[in-house]
Design a protein around this ligand. Structure first.
Ligand code: NDP
Length: 238
């Protein structure tokens, strides 16, 4: 039975990953930040183990990682999915907001990956799947911190894949396009219609469609795949 940690697993894409891994006989622990109700519901429905921690904080991240490993009795797969969005003109962005977005979206993945790397190198196996974003590739106007954090996820993926590859550890990145989650609840029907128009498949995606690729990349079926950055985006941004 594979042992899996999913960050941001209580809602949206992370929740879909928790569901898919759990359905496929994995032992899953997931980390969330504040929404206890969503976490409880996810835990009840999937049997996965919830851990509450703010992963933008290095001490919290270390505590949460150790708690997950203790519950699972080890770890084989880490999915770095926790993230927040932030929009506004770059000229209006405060230092605090910049740091909040970078630390939540990028530093959290570094803290968790660094912790997992110790265990993965020792056991000479392991898989990390990072969740980036199409905006990390294309850049988004009025989402400078978000896009930068997701571009950083590309660098984290590639460099960790090179460093950990000789130890049998694979590191890949999935970049979703526009996916139907709470993160996009700020968009009204007209905004969504416009985003669909920019998407060759002419619709937004479902969290389960992202989870399918995460699951594949984490599985033995992807045993010779590392350092790859793959979009689940309906062709958005080409
Ligand atoms: P949601 O807003 O639906 O869920 C976010 C999850 O992350 C929640 O479980 C939340 O926990 C958790 N989280 C947020 N901040 C922290 C933190 N500091 N510490 C621990 N957990 C935290 O997001 P999505 O499912 O839409 O997004 C998931 C990932 O996919 C993100 O990295 C996002 O950037 C990326 N993505 C999403 C796209 C989309 O269109 N939806 C497009 C491209 C990329 P809680 O509920 O407790 O706050």
């Amino acid at each position: 039975m594979k042992k899996v940690i999913v960050t941001g697993g209580s809602r949206g894409i992370g929740r879909a990953c928790v569901e898919l891994f759990s359905e496929n006989d994995c032992a899953v622990a997931f980390i969330y930040c504040s929404n206890d109700e969503a976490a409880e519901e996810c835990a009840d429905e999937t049997g996965a183990y919830p851990i509450k921690a703010d992963l933008s904080d290095p001490e919290d991240a270390e505590w949460a990682y150790n708690k997950a490993v203790e519950y699972l009795g080890g770890v084989d797969i880490l999915v770095n999915n926790a993230g927040i969005s932030s929009s506004g003109l770059v000229t209006d962005m405060t230092d605090d907001e910049w740091v909040r977005v970078i630390n939540t979206n990028l530093s959290s993945a570094f803290y968790m990956s660094r912790a997992a790397a110790h265990d993965f190198v020792r056991q000479q196996s392991g898989a990390i799947v990072n969740i980036g974003s199409v905006w990390g590739r294309c850049g988004a106007s009025c989402e400078v911190a978000y896009s930068t954090s997701k571009a950083g996820i590309r660098g984290l993926t590639l460099s960790m894949a090179k460093e950990l590859g000789p130890s049998g550890v694979r590191v890949n990145c999935v970049e979703p396009g526009v996916i139907d989650t709470d993160m996009n609840a700020c968009y009204d029907d007209d905004d969504i219609a416009e985003l669909c128009e920019q998407t060759p498949l002419y619709r937004i995606g479902d969290p389960a469609e992202v989870a399918e690729l995460v699951y594949f990349l984490a599985s033995e079926k992807a045993s010779f795949i590392t350092a790859q950055i793959i979009g689940v985006d309906g062709g958005f941004g080409i």
